[in-house]
Design a protein around this ligand. Sequence first.
Ligand code: NDP
Length: 327
Amino acid sequence: MFKALVVEKNEEGKTSAAVQDMSIDQLPEGEVTVAVEYSTVNYKDGLCIGTGGGLVRNYPHIPGIDFAGVVEKSSDDRYKAGDKVVLTGWRVGEAHWGGYSQKARVKADWLVPLPDGIDARQAMAVGTAGFTAMLAVMALEDHGIKDGPVLVTGAAGGVGSVATAILANLGHEVAAVTGRPETSDYLKSLGAKQIVAREEINETTKRPLEAEAWGGCVDAVGGDMLARVLGQMKYGASVSAVGLAGGAGLPTTVIPFLLRGVNLLGIDSVMQPYDNRMRAWQRIAKDLPMEKLEAMVQPATLSDLPQLGRDILKGQVKGRVVVDVNA
Ligand code: NDP
């Protein structure tokens, strides 16, 4: 037997989440059984712990869109018992049972070996949010980061915290946008040079173009924030659009694209092929200072997850939550 956070739906369609004892034969099909060590709390996990947010198709469900641990059993030649592995994406924790469990069974294709220089806890301090932040930075680099500050929106959240630390470590001047002024010292400790209040961006003129301000942007917020930022980018600069914590709409015009050559780059961490995942994890091991990563971490256990799921949907989680599933 092992423990997992199981979400159930009753006949009225109401969901509830609780830690339960499970047995191995209940796990879904897959070539590799993993003894999970750590998982994390991402925005999508908040949705999956709660109402499902349209992501969960079948109940009972075990959320947890990422995990790191040790292979226990494998029928695939690429993995053997004892190998250290990490998983992000592939709709694990949404369509397939995920990492809020002491055991997981998944397809071998979805795993990557844990990169040298990172342990399972650190890998989950990074997690899907940090992995996505790295993909967002790599996309900016591919399109050329212009001179001037690089903006990070939703900076005190998971994606924003890791993006801030990586960009600062690479030598960029980071301007961190936050709606929580009390996180200023935290964001500066991650390397942000400038703290920008959320309203400073959201309450600008709403003209399609404003003064050119930013050499690049990692945007975790979407909605009005992204619309305003597009009109403030330097000529030819790029925005990596990662999330929609502030809304899925995009009330903008074609003007920033036509008159400033702005690039809007969509970032998807879910369906990344193996080579890209390996490349991003190797860059994380090289470019993300582990002491800054440590400053972002809030520890948690399986039984903390129902509350943390509600908190992240309200934008109240700071940095990265690391769940020790065996605690
Ligand atoms: P968090 O909740 O940790 O961070 C989101 C941050 O956005 C908050 O901390 C807050 O930052 C800011 N925010 C929240 N609500 C609003 C609002 N109404 N208006 C403006 N800002 C707001 O989430 P994550 O960092 O884990 O994820 C961020 C987004 O990225 C989510 O939408 C998530 O689904 C998405 N995502 C996408 C991935 C992909 O593959 N494309 C992968 C991972 C995440 P502050 O307090 O500093 O203002």
